[in-house]
Every structure is written in C-alpha cells, then in structure tokens.
Design a binder for this molecule. Structure first.
Ligand code: JA2
Length: 366
C-alpha cells in the first residue's frame, strides 16, 4: 500500500469536526477530507447489497432480499455494524465459495470484503499480517517449513518470507478467485506470491493436511475468514488434530481467534480444544485492527509436545534476522516489544482463559 501509506494520518479531525494537524493548531480542512466529502458514490454504491448510501456496513450479505435490518444482523456480531465510507466500488464477483467485493474507501485505502465481511484494508492490514506471521515464527529458533491456510491475498506470505531461515512455504487457499483479485487490486499483498519458496495449492485445507507428511511443518498459520461460510470447519477439533499431526515436535500453530469483546466463548472453546490437542503450550495474544469488528483481533498460539515454546518471550527476535526489517517493505506494526505486549490480557479475559491456557511453559497463572 505504498500509495496509501499513512493515509488518514495527515488528516485527523478533532471531535468538533475541525481539522487539526496533530500539534493543536487548527488549519483549513485538508484536501483529502474535502475530496472524501465531495464524493458522490451513491450511483455505484447502489450496485452492491452491503453498501448503503455510500457506506459499506458489515452484514450478512447472503440475505440480499431481506429488509434493511440484515445490515445489522451478522451472526458473528449481533446488534452492531461497522461502516466505512465508500469512494468507489472497484470489483464485485461471485466465486464458487463466496461473494467478493473490493472498494476504495475514503480513509482506509482499498478494502477486500468476502461474503459481506471485511478481510483487510490497505491501511491496517500490516497489524494483522505481521502479527499472525511473526508471533509464531519468532517463537521458535530457525523455522524452515511453513504452511499457510487461507491467506489467499498473499500478505501473510510476504511476512513469512522475511524470515531468512525459511526454506519452503506451502499455502492452501480454497478460493482461487481471492488470489486473482488480490493480484489485480492488492499488489502490496500479492507480492508475497512472488517469493520462489512459495508453493500455492488451491483446495480444501483439511484435505491438504490429511495428505501432508506427519511432522512436516515447523509452523502452521491459519489465516482464515470468520467461522461462518467456507471457514466453518477450521475451528473444530478434527481440523486441529490434522494440524498437530502435520507439525514436528515443538512445532507451532497460530490461528486467527476473533475478538475478546465479542467472542469470549468461542475463544474459550478454541482454547479448550487446543489444550486437548496440542500437548505443548497454548497461549492467547491480541492486536488492534481498526477495521475488524470491535477493533481488535485475537491469535491463538499452540505448540506440540517437544522442545518447549515460550510464546511470550520470542527466541528468534526479528530485529536480529538479517534483512528482515526491510524485506519487500518495512515492518509497520510488529517488533519484539509488540510481540510480548500482545500477550498481556485484561482481567475479564484473563479470568476466562488462564485456567484453560495453563501449562508448564505458559506464562499465565494457574
Ligand atoms: N483475511 C483474509 C483471509 C483469508 C483469505 C483472504 C483474506 C483474513 N483471512 C482475516 C480475516 C479476519 C476477519 C475478522 N472478522
């Protein structure tokens, strides 16, 4: 997202609607805000069900024919909706698996939406992709073989390939159309596919993992969409079992694990399934991602029995890896401090997960 880098940063509005340059002195409204204000996207906006009068709202887009209330009726986050102002719809299509929408937003750059749910925006994708890749890969010494499940946009591949020790990266994405759309609209993410270590497999990840040699991977990263639609199986026990089988002893899994504000029970369920399945450590981390519901996303980290893994204190720090800070593009969100900080939990969540997470290597209290 070089073109959109820092988009919005130079354009912060104060609560009273006046523009501010960040040092307290008020200025005329900057041109980017005027442009956003003047845009009249309604004409294009009408052509997609999730866009209401120029605002995209996360919704259950499958119920297109139902009344307007579907916009506030996503089963993953009932009673709330998240909106972004639309400048222009760039693409809409339907694959064998889902609806795909790409639009230019007023303040977050281009946005990829699958089945009415935001998957990434150019402005904040760095937080999600950097964390989901480096939390596991910096927790083990010298990772060599990595599997990415989902992640068809390529952003996680871009991050995995920062690690000079990595020799082989498999990616199993169910929907080829996501890959094609990313190559067309998100070159800063799909650049990840250009690395010669990357091997793309289009298909069902549960099937792929069943055929993977036992103990093949040092790390598995599950970059899935929410568990409604094609990703439903990816939070269930049989899936975790196939991952544990495909990991070497002391290998690590990092799984997208929803919002601590909205999905505490889902997180608890995932942790208890993972405690049963992974005999090493299990831990939970989170990061701020403004375009995801409630503005945060969680990561569930697990290791198999073998060399112990202390997720909170990275042994393979990114700052020490040759060329890693600048590979393809600079790191924007992740560093070793952010890594350890991501495991700090507010009391309400700590109470819920600490009993489930404890193990000899976990840093959470029993
Ligand atoms: N974004 C993706 C993906 C899989 C393929 C393409 C893009 C994500 N997984 C993360 C989605 C997190 C959604 C949170 N509500």
């Amino acid at each position: 997202m070089e073109g959109g880098a820092g988009r919005g940063l130079e354009c912060q509005k104060t609560m009273d609607g006046k523009a501010s340059n960040g040092n307290g002195s008020e200025k005329a409204i900057p041109s980017c805000c005027l442009k956003a204000r003047a845009s009249a996207p309604e004409a294009e906006a009408k052509c997609h069900s999730t866009v209401v009068s120029g605002w995209f709202s996360e919704s259950q887009s499958r119920s297109e024919k139902a009344s307007k209330k579907v916009y506030f009726n996503n089963p993953m986050w009932p009673g709330e909706a998240h909106s972004l102002k639309v400048e222009k719809i760039l693409y809409k299509g339907k694959s064998e698996f889902q609806e795909i929408l790409v639009f230019e937003s007023s303040t977050y750059g281009k946005v990829l939406v699958l089945d009415g749910i935001i998957q990434l925006s150019e402005k904040d994708e760095c937080a999600y992709q950097e964390m989901i890749a480096h939390l596991p890969l910096c927790s083990i010494p010298s990772p060599k073989t990595v599997l990415v499940v989902g992640g068809g946009d390529g952003g996680v591949l871009r991050e995995v390939s920062r690690h000079p020790s990595v020799e082989h990266i498999d990616i199993c994405e169910i929907d080829k159309m996501v890959v094609d759309v990313s190559k067309k609209f998100f070159p800063q993410l799909s650049v990840g596919f250009q690395d010669p270590r990357v091997h793309l497999h289009i298909g069902d990840a549960t099937e792929f993992l069943r055929h993977a040699p036992k103990g093949k991977y040092d790390a598995v990263i599950v970059d899935s969409s929410d568990p409604v639609g094609p990703a439903q199986e990816l939070v269930e026990k049989p899936f975790f079992e196939t991952i544990a089988r495909a990991l070497r002893p002391g290998g690590v899994l990092c799984n997208m694990a929803e919002s601590m504000w909205l999905h505490t029970h889902l997180i608890q369920d995932m942790i208890s399934v993972c405690r049963e399945t992974f005999k090493g450590s299990v831990n939970y981390a989170w990061a701020s991602v403004p375009t995801y519901p409630s503005g945060v996303i969680g990561f569930l980290l697990c290791s198999t029995e073998g060399p112990p893994v202390d997720f909170k204190n990275p042994v393979n720090s990114i700052e020490k890896l040759e060329g890693a800070l600048k590979h393809k593009r600079e790191l924007r969100f992740y560093n070793s401090e952010m890594h350890s900080a991501a495991f700090a939990l507010p009391p309400f969540l700590r109470r819920e997960v600490s009993a489930l997470c404890h193990s000899s290597t976990s840093t959470l209290p029993r």
